[in-house]
Design a protein around this ligand. Structure first.
Ligand code: BES
Ligand code: MN
Ligand code: ZN
Length: 511
């Protein structure tokens, strides 16, 4: 899908041959006094002004009117959509509704949209990216296991801005938007594929695909033997019940000098979570194919990095396996030894995400990271707490937490900070190991984070619980590609800003 920025006059807008012309109209577009001599104005401007004057067009965000072949305009469909105060959120919403209202006849195979933002003053970089993402999200189609379905129709979006200066000023944001979309779509694609089409081996192949050819990304894949040698006893315990061999995927992107400490992303890659011997109920179990959305978001970030090539260093770690019941499966009460040396009593085999992540968190130490962020569809409790709107963010490091929250706000991929008081770890105590893998039912998202925190003592760490945000259920069932936008914004802002210089105090706080 192609995007370009232009600065067109009203007259050239209406003459542009395209399938749909979308015009965003903010509250400020309404003239204080009715415009005089309206009939001498270009047809598109007349349309907007008369719709405003007669209150046919409400500029509240997302309210729209759609016209079929209006006189004097080349587009087949013209959509005028309210953009309220024209905040980033308004623009995202207005674009999402407008793109959803685009009617492309079946005869058209490759559709073009002219998105006119010229009535919006000072379109920001994040507003532009929000508009681009709305266009991409509305036109994404999953086809992998639907060979007869039609691929994406929308092939080109021309974005019209108020001035040539804006076109120039937003050139970098356009590139970033492109990269971001390619990352989000890769994350969606792998999230959506059913578990028999997205095994740990296939995920590893996808990672190798991102690193293939001239890509600036490098990829290394470890199998059961290498993982055993590393003594990842906790990860191996989850994988042992499945016929599918585990994979530990290591991705490296080096855009800055070698001396620059990398940021490490760790993604939960359970390609299917049955719960294991602590088996889940049948209802909606299919959705546990999405239990690798943390891993998919890491793949998405590396895809975006390979397109954008920023001057930063990033490592991606993906422990991937299935969680299955079988005669080989780990049993409730079994005690395993993690790579860190800590022993873990597995009281519930359905709390498997933390068991694979803890070994990856230990593995991360070797990179001497500036920060480590793990991303996981970790707990149903997080869905209860925050629903599908915000991901749960856990970090003892205030700077890191602030940066992640801010990145979420600018990319409209929101998170919410949750507590990490030590009192929450009480329930993880056991008579039979250093730690148990579950506490009681209460505060389940937090006790899971407390478990992980024990393994993330050597660097500033944050955990994103994306159980509620990584996919949608019901009629719109599908992966969202979240939190790729948040992570990309975070990585680009973080830019090794020596955020964590002199971080010894924060580290002490985690211990
Ligand atoms: N993958 C699930 C978490 C999950 C459940 C995400 C439902 C989205 C929707 C995770 O592995 C899990 O099963 N967690 C358990 C933990 C419990 C056994 C302490 C849960 O949340 O029920
Ligand atoms: Mn589980
Ligand atoms: Zn799981």
């Amino acid at each position: 899908m192609n995007f370009e920025l232009k600065n067109l006059s009203w007259a050239s807008c209406e003459q542009t041959a395209c399938d749909v012309l979308i015009l965003l109209v903010s509250d400020s577009a309404k003239p204080a006094q009715p415009a005089k001599a309206i009939s001498s104005l270009p047809a598109l401007q007349q349309l907007m002004l008369s719709a405003l004057a007669q209150d046919d067009l409400d500029t509240a965000t997302g309210k729209l009117i759609s016209c079929y072949r209006p006189a004097g305009i080349a587009a087949r469909q013209v959509i005028l959509v309210g953009a309220g105060q024209a905040s980033e959120k308004d623009i995202a919403r207005a674009c999402a509704t407008a793109f959803a209202a685009c009617k492309i006849p079946s005869s058209v195979k490759s559709a073009q949209v002219l998105l006119c933002l010229a009535e919006i003053n000072d379109v920001s970089g994040s507003s532009l990216q929000a508009a681009m993402q709305a266009a991409a999200a509305s036109s994404y189609v999953y086809t992998h296991t639907k060979p007869k379905s039609e691929a994406r129709k929308l092939s080109k979006v021309t974005i019209n801005l108020a001035s040539a200066a804006q076109v120039k000023a937003l050139a970098n944001d356009l590139q970033e938007g492109h990269a971001l979309i390619s990352g989000v779509e890769l994350a969606k694609e792998w999230g959506n594929r059913p578990a028999n089409h997205a095994t740990p081996t296939m995920l590893a192949k996808a990672a190798q695909g991102i690193a293939a050819g001239k890509s600036p990304v490098r990829c290394e894949v470890l199998g059961p033997k290498e993982v055993a040698k590393l003594k990842m006893g906790s990860f191996m315990a989850v994988a042992q019940g499945s016929a599918e061999p585990l994979r530990f995927i290591v991705l490296k992107y080096q855009g800055a000098g070698k001396a620059v400490q990398p940021t490490v992303l760790v993604g939960k890659g359970i390609t299917f979570d049955t719960g294991g011997i602590s088996i889940k109920p049948a209802a909606e179990m299919d959705e546990m194919k999405f239990d690798m959305c943390g891993a998919a978001s890491v793949l998405g970030v590396f895809q975006a990095l390979s397109v954008l090539k920023p001057k930063i260093n990033v490592i991606g770690l993906i422990p991937s396996c299935e969680n299955m019941p079988s005669h080989n499966a780990v049993k409730p009460g079994d005690v395993v030894t993690s790579m860190s040396g800590q022993t873990i009593e597995i009281l519930n085999t359905d709390a498997e995400g933390r068991l694979i992540l803890c070994d990856a968190l230990t593995y991360a130490e070797r990179f001497k990271p500036a920060a480590v962020v793990d991303i996981a569809t970790l707990t149903g409790a997080c869905v209860v707490a925050l629903g599908a709107v915000r991901s749960g963010l856990f970090s003892a490091d205030d700077d890191l937490a602030t940066q992640l929250l801010k990145a979420g706000e600018t990319s409209q991929d929101l998170a919410w900070r949750m507590p990490l008081d030590d009192d929450y770890a009480e329930g993880l105590k056991t008579n039979f190991a250093d730690v148990a893998n579950v506490a009681g039912r209460m505060g389940g998202a937090i006790t899971a984070a407390k478990f992980l925190q024990r393994f993330a003592t050597q660097y500033p760490w944050a955990h994103l619980d994306i159980a509620g945000t990584a996919w949608k259920s019901g009629a719109a069932k599908g992966a969202t590609g979240r939190p790729v936008p948040l992570l990309m914004k975070f990585l680009l802002n973080f830019q090794q800003k020596a955020l964590l210089a002199g971080k010894k105090t924060a580290r002490a706080a985690i211990k």
